[in-house]
Design a protein around this ligand. Structure first.
Ligand code: 16G
Length: 256
């Protein structure tokens, strides 16, 4: 493992050059098979550095999202998250989207419960400030890779007493007879702050897509207001564009 030996003569702090060396090794695919880094003792011997320096280098790489600690299992190279192309015109849920692509959807609930709406939620859902909403904040994963953070608010009356049965919000709405059939989305580019970056496993300041969705049931009632932050390195939104009927008629007229 001579190639792993860090250049101690470099002027950067030792832990930083160790981190850079580890990154180069990861990029070259050295730990690719199992994705698991060797143990701390083995690695510190390979690199000829103290365990304290190694720990600092590893902590920096975990913060950057290059490595990930799994409790009781060790430190792993973070696998490249799957890249997903999502048509903008199809109204689907995260669970459906991921399954359609052969990926396993999962979620980590950050917060859930029944609350009074925020002024923004009450406005977007067109409900009184006194009407209760079920709020659900989740980290959404595909094949265990973080894809998005979502904060959904649904008026409680559309959820059969607020129980989320399974793990899909849209399935719960469908069971209650309020499956969204139409939605309006607003997408903006934002850079991510420290807390959200840590959850999404990306460096602070990474570009993300901030998406607001208001979804409507078939009778026109607003059943969902969700704010999502999607990793822009994993999600492409694709839109099909067509000419308006008037412009099309004019174009065809000009050709004839
Ligand atoms: C999608 C929707 C989100 C919805 C969720 C339901 C976007 C940008 N957002 O992630 O508004 O709440 O699906 O997913 O597509 P679920 O049924 O799997 O809980």
């Amino acid at each position: 493992m001579a190639g792993l030996r860090a250049g101690k003569a470099e002027r950067a702090p030792l832990f930083a050059s160790i981190a850079a060396e580890l990154k180069r090794e990861i990029a070259s695919g050295r730990f690719a098979q199992a994705d698991l880094l060797p143990g701390e003792r083995e690695l510190s011997e390979m690199l000829e550095v103290s365990r304290t320096t190694l720990r600092r280098a590893i902590a920096g790489l975990v913060e950057e999202g290059v490595l990930v600690h799994r409790h009781g299992a060790g430190t792993f190279v973070r696998r490249n998250p799957p890249r997903v192309e999502q048509p903008l015109s199809r109204l689907t849920s995260f669970t459906e989207d991921m399954r359609l692509r052969g990926l396993a959807p999962s979620s980590k609930v950050i917060e859930q419960g029944t609350f009074l709406p925020t002024p923004e939620e009450s406005m977007m859902l067109d409900i009184a400030l006194t009407e209760q909403v079920f709020r659900l904040e989740r980290l959404r994963l595909a094949d265990e890779a973080p894809m998005a953070l979502e904060r959904a608010a649904v008026p409680l009356r559309y959820l059969d007493g607020g129980e989320l049965g399974g793990s899909s919000l849209y399935a719960a709405l469908a069971t209650a007879g309020f499956r969204p059939v139409r939605a309006i989305e607003r997408i903006r580019a934002v850079v991510v702050g420290a807390a959200q970056a840590a959850l999404l496993g990306v460096p602070e300041g990474s570009p993300t897509l901030d998406i607001q969705r208001v979804a409507y049931a078939s009778d026109g009632r607003r059943v969902e207001f969700t704010r999502s932050v999607y990793r822009s390195d994993t999600y492409d939104f694709v839109a099909e564009l067509t000419l308006s009927p008037g412009a099309r008629a004019r174009t065809e007229g000009a050709i004839r």
